[in-house]
Design a protein around this ligand. Structure first.
Ligand SMILES: C[S@@+](CC[C@H](N)C(=O)[O-])C[C@H]1O[C@@H](n2cnc3c(N)ncnc32)[C@H](O)[C@@H]1O
Length: 413
């Protein structure tokens, strides 16, 4: 991500009213959770918005009176409670050359690495075969506990840097936008931290789908929704791409990825009169490689025109609109009990149901029209006895049929 491009996206964001509203809302939400926050602290929760954008939005919020600034910190004027900072500790130094903008190289902070490694631990064991796609700063710490860890990265300087670490054979210098050698398969886990652009996301996800075994896990670092005006669209696109490649989303861990501010970015910010570090965070999307799954053939949706709805007290009873033949009788659809044991649309029992209550009682009947008539009487407030007399007259029912109809109505109400 080069600086010129960033400058350009910042200007576009300034002209984008919808983005500005989103950012002001984000700031107000953050301030609502804390008593007062310095600019630096606010930046920790800015959902990826660039510091100059946050500063302009803060100015507007102060001018409109929604936020007050006392020379040190910002607070919401309507309410502000709670408060808690986060501790930050230094991690071990990793002998890497300084990151360069042409590599889009934003490195994890020591805390960020620790948080990420604890997530990786949840999804892998010491026997797992792991691949890091563009995460050199994590490589040695992870390899110490997961010896089968490989680093795939385009940066040629890394091969030299890791040559003396004893892990040189586990560094694969490659461009992940191209297919890898077909021998690279059967990995249990891939962490992809690509440059945050759609084409890189697609390429890194494609490579992961080639490397991972079925059920293997993919971690993807994802730009936060205010990183740039179209960030939400990019988040959706990368998720859709992963789904189309046979992945399923299993977890989203917001804000867990914590990045250092590289010197090239610090320099750009200092030009704008801002000195703030460690403000950039990413969300972690976790996918499982479920492989190519053929969608189940869907039954067509319920044909509501087939059904007549009645309400008896609070119970809903639906009866099919068919007209039957022969003497009246009914039976539960499930032999032992009238309660249907499934609520699935795919249940094969569904085609046999003629009478179905909101309590999931389901029956077949030889004469749905008699049931409809009788329930109409009950719905109109007639007692069962009167309902049975009227039904007998209407349909010429014999005593056995009347008894059966009475038994059914008792069960329904
Ligand atoms: C956003 S940085 C991630 C660095 C990571 N956060 C860390 O702390 O190690 C992107 C990484 O991807 C690598 N990279 C960029 N484009 C690549 C490509 N086409 N193929 C392979 N690696 C690439 C860069 O060299 C860099 O190491």
């Amino acid at each position: 991500m080069n600086i010129a491009y960033h400058a350009c996206t910042r200007m576009e964001a300034n002209n984008d009213p919808a983005y500005q509203i989103q950012l002001r809302k984000q700031i107000l939400d953050t301030l609502a959770k804390r008593e007062a926050l310095s600019f630096e602290e606010l930046m920790q929760d800015s959902a990826g918005a660039f510091p100059t954008e946050v500063r302009s939005s803060l100015r507007e919020l102060c001018e409109s009176g929604s936020v007050a600034f006392d020379g040190k910190s910002y607070r919401r004027t309507d309410k502000a409670e709670w408060g808690l900072g986060e501790d930050a500790t230094e991690g071990s130094a990793i002998p890497l050359p300084e990151s360069h903008p042409l590599d889009f190289d934003w490195r994890f902070t020591p805390d960020g690495r620790r948080a990420l490694i604890s997530q990786i631990n949840r999804y892998s064991s010491s026997k797992s075969k792991l691949a890091l796609f563009g995460a050199p700063s994590l490589f040695l710490s992870l390899a110490a506990i997961r010896p089968n860890t490989y680093l795939f990265d385009r940066n040629t300087a890394l091969t030299t840097a890791f040559a003396t670490s004893g892990r040189g054979n586990f560094v694969v210098q490659c461009d992940l936008r191209n297919r890898l050698h077909p021998d690279w398969i059967d990995f249990d886990f891939v962490l992809a931290d690509p440059p945050w652009y759609p084409d890189y996301y697609e390429a890194f996800i494609d490579r992961a789908s080639e490397l991972l075994r079925v059920d293997g896990i993919l971690f993807v670092s994802v730009l936060q929704w205010l990183t740039r005006p179209n960030a939400s669209a990019d988040r959706r696109a990368l998720t859709e791409h992963a789904l189309s490649r046979g992945f399923d989303v299993i977890e989203v861990v917001p804000t867990i990825l914590e990045y250092e501010t590289p010197r090239f970015e610090r320099a750009a910010l200092e030009k704008a009169g801002i000195s703030v570090r460690g403000w950039r965070h990413g969300d972690l999307f976790i996918f499982r490689n479920v492989g190519k799954i053929v969608p189940e053939l869907q039954n067509s949706d319920v044909d509501m025109s087939r059904w007549n709805r009645f309400v008896l007290g609070s119970v809903q009873v639906q009866v099919v609109g068919d007209v039957g033949t022969g003497s009246f009788d009914f039976s539960p659809v499930v032999r032992d009990s009238p309660v249907l044991t499934s609520v699935s649309r795919r249940s094969s029992l569904r085609s046999r149901i003629h009478i179905w209550t909101s309590g999931n009682l389901a029956y077949s009947t030889t004469r749905p029209e008699i049931v409809r008539y009788a329930i109409e009487q009950l719905e109109a407030g007639r007692p069962i006895r009167a309902t049975l007399t009227l039904s007998q007259k209407e349909f010429g029912l014999n005593q056995n049929e009347i008894d059966r109809l009475g038994a059914l109505l008792e069960q329904l109400i």
